[in-house]
Design a protein around this ligand. Structure first.
Ligand SMILES: Cc1cc2nc3c(=O)[nH]c(=O)nc-3n(C[C@H](O)[C@H](O)[C@H](O)COP(=O)(O)OP(=O)(O)OC[C@H]3O[C@@H](n4cnc5c(N)ncnc54)[C@H](O)[C@@H]3O)c2cc1C
Length: 299
């Protein structure tokens, strides 16, 4: 199938992007296009029929990848591959997740902000943004607002973005002292979307756990976050660095989160299988994040 007819504009100023989106909205509907890796299949299958596509990749204001006040700020035109090459060390959880997204060719075109705006429940970056407490900058004709990732996603492929707004940047906090990270997912083949996955962030202070956050994705209409500070702190105080014992105790704790997994099931995985995945991947991610925190402290 071919896309329905549309017009295409490629402004070079942010004001003009917003102006084009406003004009497109009043004439029917407009859509931002960034890397096109999710939007083009949608158009080709005629699941969407925007009258105008507004390409944002030639706007210099959206191109930056830089440190800003303890965070890494990624502009809306920055491709996933650029972040993988230039910033994976500075935002390690993003660095762990990026190689799991499609193939290198897809990441060479797809943008980080595009993945967040698309809000696929099985996508890695929304889960990572939630786990790290990333903040998105959303811009429209009334100006800009800052939206924490926890408030940005409202459901499957759905966000707080208005029809004439765009994400202009996202800020991921750089690791704080004592922080460590874990990530894992299961997909049928390398490059496929995850059946389920988990991202974890743990902060240790003086050997004790003071923060532990686990995010599961591919298991509901959007990524789900849960605080595991209490159970992990207790497990570490009892078992120290004994990974086998920690895994046994945390599997129990994560089981409760796994019970909350509600999917219709599909041809690739039943609800039950996804629950098992979250139990195993979630536990591993938390235990790895603990070990990662200790490793970083020794550097
Ligand atoms: C074969 C294949 C495998 C893939 N595998 C994975 C995978 O395993 N994991 C994964 O997460 N993704 C996967 N993807 C999707 C890929 O990562 C996309 O790049 C990403 O989801 C969207 O980024 P994009 O820049 O291409 O956005 P586009 O396709 O250009 O846009 C996607 C949607 O977001 C909107 N949008 C884009 N940018 C903005 C913005 N700045 N502000 C507001 N709205 C915006 C568009 O209007 C559109 O609705 C895969 C894609 C393909 C083709």
């Amino acid at each position: 199938m071919k896309p329905a007819p549309f017009s295409y504009v490629r402004p070079t100023r942010l004001d003009d992007v917003v102006g084009e989106l406003e004009e497109a909205e009043s004439a029917g509907s407009g859509k931002v296009i960034a890397g096109g890796q999710s939007l083009l299949p949608v158009l080709a299958m005629r699941l969407g029929r925007p009258r105008t596509l507004v390409d944002i990749t030639r706007v210099p204001e959206l191109a930056g990848l830089r440190e800003e006040g303890g965070s890494i700020r990624i502009g809306a035109a920055v491709r996933q591959r650029q972040v993988e090459r230039e910033a994976a060390q500075r935002i390690p959880l993003v660095g762990h997740a990026l190689p799991w997204i499609g193939h290198r060719e897809i990441r060479s075109r797809g943008t980080v902000c595009g993945s967040l705006a698309h809000a696929d429940p099985s996508a890695e970056l929304p889960a990572v943004a939630l786990c790290l407490g990333a903040v998105l900058t959303v811009t429209g004709s009334r100006g800009s607002r800052e939206v924490p990732a926890a408030d940005f996603f409202t459901g499957a492929m759905s966000t707080v973005l208005g029809g004439t707004e765009l994400v202009t940047a996202v800020r991921f906090p750089a690791p704080r002292a004592g922080e460590g990270f874990g990530f894992g997912e299961m997909a049928r083949r390398h490059g496929d979307f995850a059946l389920a996955g988990a991202a974890a962030r743990v902060r240790l202070d003086g050997g004790g756990v003071v923060e532990a956050q686990l995010v599961g994705f591919g298991v509901a209409d959007r990524a789900r976050s849960q605080d595991f500070t209490g159970p992990l702190a207790e497990a570490v105080s009892r078992h120290g660095q004994d990974e086998k014992a920690l895994t046994a105790v945390m599997t129990e704790a994560v089981s409760e989160m796994a019970e909350d997994v509600v999917t219709a099931g599909d041809a690739h995985a039943s609800q039950d299988y996804r629950r098992r995945l979250i139990r195993v991947l979630g536990t591993r991610a938390l235990v790895r994040a603990c070990a990662d925190s200790r490793r970083r402290a020794k550097r």
